[in-house]
Design a protein around this ligand. Structure first.
Ligand code: ASP
Length: 464
């Protein structure tokens, strides 16, 4: 018989300790009592690597799963045990000599998870065999190799993961793959894609990040289609930049390819959550079509030598300005040793007068302070109002139309190279990959993204 320890697989840290303490395991039928005296009856479910170590998950008799925080558990009693076997059917991914080779690097997120119908547990699905079992179309597109680098929800991505990812991409390119796909949680996919644009320069091949808003067990899931589009963009697309490939419209007609430095998650739950800001998307991809919306991109060129520049200093923060902000906040950031502050200012790039002295002090101490705009669209233009001019005089540097998160990731990357103020500012203002552009396209505002022509169509059908 397996030991209790064997049966705790998937549980870590405090949740694992709690289960051990009460000598129960995954698949135990239990009565769990919490600190309010409520008793929950059900089966302890396995946990996937994507979850925290503070919750025990029970499938209750009514079919619902509930996660109970370990601190609230006062007693767990085993009343039965029946091991369940769960597994996604694996099929061997076929290899075909005529097809391009793509490497899928997994970092976690919803796209790497699926629900097991019977138990309701969220389990990771990531081996090539599992993916092929779930999305057989992939085998018609390419020869796919998969590697799970991490299994985290994307809010847990940070310095260490970015560095590993960039190095790994370099190795895959050296090994000669035709395209790379990075499976990622959608929440911070924009951040990761942006920093990879700085860490991986001159790529010969497409590097496509992809996620899903809804896990693959749900009928409305975008996981399979996003994956198919992303794998096509990696295998056959001509854009050798870091890009984001996600649902275009709310329907599943096509996916949009976005430039990493200009893209943002703009909705918490729509499948069409990702939008190019201040520009048009790079392209449209569907099951049988590519449409490039610009020719201003780095084209695929297998002979190009990639440059991996994986450096990152995370002593940087974003200050999202709000009316009445207190200067103490800036003093505290500086005292704590932060080296860079990205301000997301109001309008054309403003903050209130009372924080000017604190900003001046920060700059005098060598902290690099840059300005972006909360409006997301448009440019920081600090010479328009005298308040903006004052900030320029204090040494706050405008970053034109660089998105706040892109500016944050770039400042971390730049500070990984130098702390010399002039150097830092020069690197920040020198675009690596379109993070600052000369102008927004005249019709770029939400074009093809719920804006024109969709908006006109909507308005004319409702306003007759
Ligand atoms: N919270 C998840 C993540 O970013 C959401 C997703 O994957 O879409 O990891």
């Amino acid at each position: 018989m397996s030991t209790v320890e064997d049966e705790l697989k998937g549980y870590q840290g405090q949740a694992r300790a709690k289960l051990s303490e009460w000598k129960v395991r995954v698949w135990s039928d239990v009565q769990l009592t919490n600190d309010a005296g409520s008793v929950f009856e059900g089966v302890i479910l396995p946990r996937s690597g994507n979850f925290d170590d503070l919750h025990i998950v029970i499938k209750m008799k009514n079919g619902y799963n509930i996660g109970i925080h370990v601190d609230r558990v006062t007693k767990i009693k085993e009343i039965g045990y029946k091991k369940a076997v769960y597994k996604i059917p694996e099929k061997e991914f076929p290899q075909s000599p005529d097809l391009p080779s793509v490497t899928l690097l997994g970092t976690g997120g919803t796209i790497a998870s699926r629900l097991d119908y019977r138990t309701g547990a969220v389990i990771p699905a990531f081996t090539p065999g599992e993916l092929y079992g779930a999305v057989p179309e992939l085998a018609d597109i390419c020869n796919l190799k998969t590697e799970k680098l991490f299994g985290v929800f994307s809010e847990n991505m940070a310095r260490e993961q970015y560095l590993i990812l960039a190095e790994k991409i370099g190795q895959e390119i050296e090994a000669g793959v035709d395209g790379i796909v990075i499976g990622h949680g959608t929440d911070t996919m924009g951040h990761t894609a942006a920093v990879l644009s700085f860490m991986v320069q001159n790529s010969p091949i497409p590097i496509v990040t992809v996620g899903s808003q809804r896990s693959s067990d749900r009928p409305s899931s975008d996981a399979a289609l996003n994956l198919i589009h992303a794998v096509r963009a990696a295998a056959y697309g001509d854009i050798a930049e870091v890009q984001i490939c996600m649902f275009g419209p709310t329907s599943d007609r096509y996916g949009l390819i976005h430039r990493a430095t200009r893209c943002r998650k703009m909705h918490s739950s729509y499948r069409s959550a990702f939008r190019t800001i201040g520009d048009t998307p790079l392209g449209v991809v569907s099951a049988d079509r590519f449409e490039y919306l610009t020719d201003d991109y780095l084209p695929r060129d297998p002979k190009r030598q990639v440059k991996i520049d994986a450096r990152y200093d995370d002593r940087v923060t974003i200050l999202y300005y709000y009316p009445g902000m207190d200067p103490d906040l800036i003093d505290a950031i500086v005292e704590k040793g932060y080296r860079g502050i990205v301000i997301a200012g109001t309008g054309l790039g403003h903050v209130n007068k009372p924080i000017y002295p604190a900003l001046a002090k920060a700059v005098a101490q060598g902290v690099h302070v840059v300005m972006t705009v909360q409006t997301l669209w448009g440019y920081a233009q600090m010479y328009v109002y005298d308040t903006g001019r004052d900030l320029l005089d204090l040494g706050v540097v405008p970053l034109d139309n660089m998105l706040p998160e892109t500016a944050f990731m770039k400042l971390c990357w730049v500070l990984g190279h130098t702390d010399d103020h002039d150097q830092v500012l020069k690197m920040m203002r020198d675009p690596v990959n379109h993070e600052i552009t000369d102008r927004e396209p005249h019709n770029g505002y939400l074009i093809l993204q719920g804006g024109l022509p969709e908006t006109e169509e909507y308005v004319s059908s409702h306003w007759k």
